[in-house]
Design a protein around this ligand. Structure first.
Ligand code: ADP
Ligand code: MG
Ligand code: MG
Length: 925
């Protein structure tokens, strides 16, 4: 993408220019353009590549591009042209007329132009383009005579009035389409192309009447007036609702604005030796290296996208116009080599003459992105010749790694709906994970577990979920909720498992009592089969075919390159041996977080956990705790074995105890009922005790309450048991000759005293096991940093901790003071009003929360230069957050197993952008 230096205006010219104000218009014609790819920010993607292609000698119709700077000035002035803009446009128009040998609006040989939008980032179809501008009642006759094709001329005119009417005059397109349909029916024409000239003439007259009726003015006849209005309308289309929405979804800036390219029309609608099409230099869906595209004979650009006629595959161009096909093939090769990327190319053929109208990097699936990047390395497309072979190979791999959007790998790591499947959805929610699932509808989590045991696939449908539902959620193939956002409990938990999940489907009304849900006019009963498309948020009746994820050879290869390069390592959050095995499969090099409480929810365990909580005396509590120990030990043996030889970080009990008891409301209801009926005294008494305990446990702010190390300090026997289970498991595994390295993590530390006390307790319990077993196991004790205060006193905490792990979920919650469970009430509003750039629970807030992390690391390492630091919040799998973790010097990120490849890629990209390897220093994994 070089080529710039020679084309930028010389210094004297630009000096003159600055006296007159900035240059607003860049001209391109006949192999020479004023701009190039390097001016993307000024000329937009479309405009800069039109210039670049012109310079490359690719056949592009002549024209000029008005810059985004002109847009900015226009916009700042309240939608008024800045001084000098219009005269510059007029000068360039004359130049264009000179090159084209025809004049805009001429009665004999009229020049027609297109007026095209184009931002620096591709926003396909989001903004407007006007075609065939320059036609009026006079020039249309000239065009007919000149081309000796009356039908063509009137077809262009009616198209122009339609587009201009819709884009510039704001008349809905449908009104024009209805006129066309009527004329078609009257003329007995099957397709648009069959409508004869006189009927088109009549259509133009009617369209003009429509414009007059709607605007109270005749259709503008003055070509320069048409041009001015069209340019303004394209400028304004930057703020069209769909464009604004698109930018919000893709996190693009509203300040960039659009450039406007004005260029001579070429006509694909001049008969059977003309046509228009779109092609890709490789298959955008699979990435296969094959020339792929679609073509329409005797048609104009917009017809291909509009889907009015079904286009033919590119092969038919090969048969119809072999010479054009060969030329197009050569051009796509040239463009792909030049841009070193897969290209998406628009072309038009006018009476056997090929013109290229646009090229850009083609959008592609995750699978295609990976395959294309890896194959291009092999083809030597990324080779930089002056480099020595080893360096050249390294550089090419880096280029490939940078080419794949980490988030696009999501699609590769889950089952998805077969792209060929046709369906209509009955409801739509928020797509929480890209996976798809098919199963029988179930409303009760316990029933979900039951059915799953019988190997019946189920979809759990709830208004919303809570930690109690976890077993049911885990058993289900997919989860559907009618409430909650992308950070709701259901979404976060499901994402962690890579499980299909659609949340906040407002149309879905769950009627648990009658075992059914309604969605619009559909009633879906328990046991009925539905499909959830987690990629789109759609809910579909019946079974759709799903396709499983496959780690292709290319994917494995790319992952290998990423791993070799990344200095920030990737671990997984895993709570079970199965999760740990999955994480290994995806190349995790350790576990950054085992949440021990997830093990408490199993069928055999939860009654013991409840006994433990219900115990009044320490003695009783100890008894319950001792019964839990063997379960915990078994789990840890499984996890250590699955993750060997890598380290495993285990967090001691964290959540408030009430989460393990039945819901208060339900207990109260049953209790009151039994009370009123005076029956079942044993149950009544039991419920009474639970009720009393729950009442004692009720907290106004449980997330800020009796949890984390505060539990461990007040009920030391619980932590002691957990430490014992960890160490006994470690010794057992070590005895089997397996490398094991437990890292015991204290949650929610806020003060040095808490850290010191829990660490002393932990070491005492651990030491005891080591003495008893006589096995040597290396272990360490560290803490989660999730209370802001802990980050601030990190230097002192580091005196008693061997590692830090930033628990960014709680840290975000406490830094913002936003309850994670309630953020759904205001977050959508905040995002819409741009009070927040993104959901801070999904994308790390680098400015605030990130600053605490920076401070925490800096102060911690002041005390211990080689303090091991990682992150274990949801953010560990988010690419921009991973980059941040790399920049602040973390040793690793930890995320759910299914995010591990994404995190590796993001970590490799971070290393390429900001190399740390050279900086040296000891690094842990
Ligand atoms: P979008 O960004 O929505 O694709 P474009 O500006 O690319 O809009 O234009 C819409 C359609 O009109 C495309 O198919 C394009 O190829 C076609 N088109 C644009 N300019 C011309 C032109 N000068 N001659 C012929 N077709 C054109
Ligand atoms: Mg286009
Ligand atoms: Mg936490």
């Amino acid at each position: 993408m070089a080529q710039t230096a020679a084309r930028t205006p010389s210094r004297t010219k630009s000096a003159k220019r600055s006296a007159r104000g900035p240059k607003y218009v860049y001209f391109f014609a006949n192999g020479k353009a004023e701009g190039s790819s390097a001016l993307r920010h000024l000329l937009g993607g479309k405009g800069c590549e039109l210039a670049e292609m012109t310079n490359l000698g690719v056949p592009v119709p002549p024209g000029f591009t008005i810059t985004t700077r002109a847009w900015a000035a226009y916009n700042a002035a309240g939608r008024k042209h800045p001084p000098g803009l219009w005269s510059e446009v007029e000068r360039n128009l004359s130049r264009l007329e000179g090159v084209a040998g025809s004049r805009l609006g001429d009665a004999e040989r009229p020049l027609l132009v297109s007026v095209r939008s184009g931002a620096r980032a591709s926003m396909p179809g989001m903004m407007d383009t006007v075609l065939n501008l320059g036609l009026n009642d006079r020039s249309v006759e000239g065009l007919a005579r000149w081309t000796r094709n009356e039908r063509f001329a009137w077809d262009c005119y009616r198209r122009f009035i339609t587009i201009f009417g819709a884009v510039v005059l704001g008349i809905e397109r449908r009104a024009f389409d209805e006129l066309l349909e009527r004329v078609k029916a009257k003329a007995g024409a099957k397709t648009d192309a069959d409508v004869p000239a006189p009927a088109l003439r009549e259509l133009v007259a009617e369209s003009k009447r429509l414009v007059q009726a709607r605007t109270g003015q005749p259709f503008p006849q003055e070509p320069k007036e048409q041009l001015r209005l069209a340019i303004n309308a394209v400028f304004d289309s930057w703020f069209a609702k769909k464009a604004v929405d698109y930018r919000r979804i893709h996190r693009l800036s509203d300040d960039w604005g659009t450039a406007v390219s004005v260029m001579a029309m070429v006509f694909g609608n001049l008969g059977d030796s003309s046509g228009t099409g779109v092609c890709f230099s490789r298959d955008p869906s699979s990435g296969e290296k094959r020339f792929f595209g679609e073509f329409l004979v005797n048609a104009q650009g917009e017809d291909v996208v509009a889907g009015i006629r079904t286009p033919e595959p590119l092969e038919s161009l090969e048969h119809r116009m072999p010479k054009v096909y060969r030329q197009l093939t050569a051009i796509k090769d040239k463009l792909e080599r030049h841009y070193r990327d897969m290209q998406d190319i628009e072309f038009t053929v006018q009476e056997g003459r090929l013109c290229i109208l646009q090229t850009r990097s083609g959008k592609r699936t995750g699978a295609a992105a990976v395959r294309i990047a890896v194959e291009m390395v092999k083809e030597g497309l990324f080779d930089e010749k002056p480099l020595k072979p080893a360096a050249r190979r390294e550089k090419a791999r880096q280029t490939a790694l940078l080419r794949v959007e980490p988030a696009s790998l999501h699609q590769l790591l889950v089952k998805t709906v077969d792209p060929e499947a046709k369906y209509t959805a009955i409801a739509r929610g928020l797509p929480a994970t890209p996976a798809a699932a098919v199963g029988k509808v179930v409303f009760d989590p316990e029933k979900a577990v039951e059915m799953a045991l019988r190997e019946e696939p189920v979809i759990l449908v709830r208004a919303e979920t809570s930690p109690e539902d976890v077993a049911g959620m885990h058993a289900a193939q997919g989860v559907l909720t009618s409430r909650g956002g992308l950070t709701s409990h259901a979404a976060v938990v499901a994402r962690g498992w890579g499980k299909c999940c659609v949340v906040g489907a407002g149309d879905v009304v769950v009627d648990e009592e009658n075992h059914l849900f309604r969605a619009g006019r559909s009633v879906v009963r328990e046991g009925q089969v539905i499909t959830l498309n987690g990629a789109t948020g759609e809910v579909i009746l019946g079974t759709l075919p799903l396709v499983p994820p496959t780690l292709s050879a290319e994917f494995k290869e790319l992952l290998g390159w990423a791993q070799a390069l990344a200095t920030t390592k990737v671990r997984a959050n895993a709570d079970t041996p199965a999760d740990a095995a999955k994480a290994r499969e995806f190349e995790a090099v350790g576990i950054g977080l085992v949440r021990t409480e997830h093990m408490f929810f199993g069928d055999q365990r939860i009654p013991i956990v409840r006994d433990m909580i219900m115990a009044k005396e320490e003695q009783d509590r100890r008894k319950a705790v001792d019964r839990l120990l063997p379960f915990q030990r078994e789990d840890f043996i499984g996890i250590f074995t699955a993750m060997a030889p890598y380290p495993v970080t285990i967090r001691l009990l964290d959540p408030p105890l009430h989460e393990f008891l039945p819901k208060y409301k339900e207990v109260l209801e049953e209790y009151t009922r039994l009370d009123a009926l005076g029956i079942n005294p044993a149950r009544h008494q039991e419920l009474g005790a639970i009720k009393a305990r729950l009442e004692a446990l009720i907290e106004a702010n449980p997330m800020l309450g009796h949890r984390g190390c505060r539990l461990g300090i007040t009920f030391p026997e619980v932590y002691e048991m957990q430490v014992r289970a960890i160490m006994e498991a470690a010794c057992e595994v070590a005895r089997r000759g397996i490398t094991v390295e437990p890292e015991i993590m204290i949650p929610l530390t806020g003060t040095v005293a808490e850290m010191k006390l829990t660490r002393d307790m932990t070491m005492r319990a651990a030491q005891q096991v080591l003495t008893e077993t006589g096995v040597k196991v290396h272990y360490s004790v560290g803490t989660m940093i999730e209370v802001p205060r802990a980050a601030l006193v990190a230097d002192k905490i580091a005196e008693h901790a061997e590692f830090f792990s930033f628990g960014t979920n709680d840290l975000t919650q406490m830094t913002f003071g936003y309850s994670r469970d309630d953020i759904g009430k205001f977050l959508p509003f905040y995002l819409e009003k741009k009070l927040l750039p993104a959901d801070p629970f999904a994308v790390l807030d680098q400015e605030g929360v990130g600053e605490l992390i920076r401070i925490g690391i800096e102060r911690g390492r002041k005390t211990q230069r080689h303090l091991k630091v990682g992150i274990c919040g949801e953010h560990g799998g988010d690419p921009s957050s991973v980059e941040f973790c790399h920049r602040v010097g973390m040793d690793y990120v930890s995320c759910s197993p299914f995010m591990v490849p994404i995190a590796w890629l993001a970590a490799a990209q971070a290393e390429i952008k900001e190399p740390r390897r050279a900086a040296g220093g000891k690094r842990h994994a």
